[in-house]
Ligand binder design. Sequence first.
Ligand SMILES: Cc1cc2nc3c(=O)[nH]c(=O)nc-3n(C[C@H](O)[C@H](O)[C@H](O)COP(=O)(O)OP(=O)(O)OC[C@H]3O[C@@H](n4cnc5c(N)ncnc54)[C@H](O)[C@@H]3O)c2cc1C
Length: 292
Amino acid sequence: MKITEMWKKKQPTVSFELFPARNAEAAEKLDRVIDQLAVMEPDFVSVTFGAGGSTREGSRQLVELLKKDLKLEVMAYFAGYGLGPDDIQGVLDSYLNLGVDNVLVVRGDPPHGQPDFKPHSASLAHASDMLEFIRPRYTFCLGAAGYPEGHIEAESRQKDLEYLKLKVDKGAEFILTNYFYDNRYYFDFVAACRSLGIMVPIVPGIMPIFSVKMMNHLAKLCGAGISSDLRQKLAALPEGDIPALLKFGIDFAFEQCKELIAAGVPGLHFYTMDRSQSTIGVLARLRQEGLI
Ligand SMILES: Cc1cc2nc3c(=O)[nH]c(=O)nc-3n(C[C@H](O)[C@H](O)[C@H](O)COP(=O)(O)OP(=O)(O)OC[C@H]3O[C@@H](n4cnc5c(N)ncnc54)[C@H](O)[C@@H]3O)c2cc1C
């Protein structure tokens, strides 16, 4: 089912992001995580795609498992960086054959650890170009990525929003945001989008904190700001106490979700990092308190 249809019947939807396992050990762990997360009955699950086609087969297999074996609704991501038109169609045709209805189109970044990777000579420069290519050829419900704090390469916040509008004009029917630790970024972002005429649903991404090292690492990569208040609260936790950190992360994300739900968001999308505990912890509390 197209997610835009789903939102006509239910809001907020609850969804989880998964990425394909990199090795056999991770695959075993991912199987367990999927079983645990499936119990939470998500409205859909998403599967990342390594730019340059680096996870092409792994992504396809994971989509197949979720869609065909577990009968879950899937949003497949597609990162077109470095790919030529035939590759783009090859990947999307494989998703079409699996019965996928929803595709999030992102540009992607040069693949990690592949210094010799050469983009296809006809590869497209931006997600808006990819949407322009894909829209007339496929009937998927298409989405695009949005950055409440601005994309790290953006010339300016305003330009970034204008390019986001271009993605919608080229066919994106919804926007899925990068995660953030301060809801004000999301609220200001939505207001700025609306004033620019971007009227599609904007789904907030949530990443419960489960590791300070990982949080710092990803913040640098994705540009999610960490306030001094949040840093102080994390610093006040007993050092090395993982259960205390996990509980903090769950409480923090719960409060974020509570405020987002009250504001009427169309969905809550959890970046699970292929872990189940924190996402389940947040959802269990939201359900316990009758918020979803
Ligand atoms: C929800 C979500 C899911 C993601 N999933 C994946 C994934 O599965 N695989 C993966 O590899 N990466 C993924 N990413 C990361 C993403 O690929 C990177 O953030 C990438 O750097 C930008 O992708 P984009 O689609 O936003 O690119 P674009 O929309 O092309 O934007 C990239 C930069 O170029 C600028 N820009 C945009 N259009 C134009 C234009 N026409 N002319 C000039 N400048 C322009 C923008 O302001 C921005 O700074 C995801 C990100 C998010 C938020």
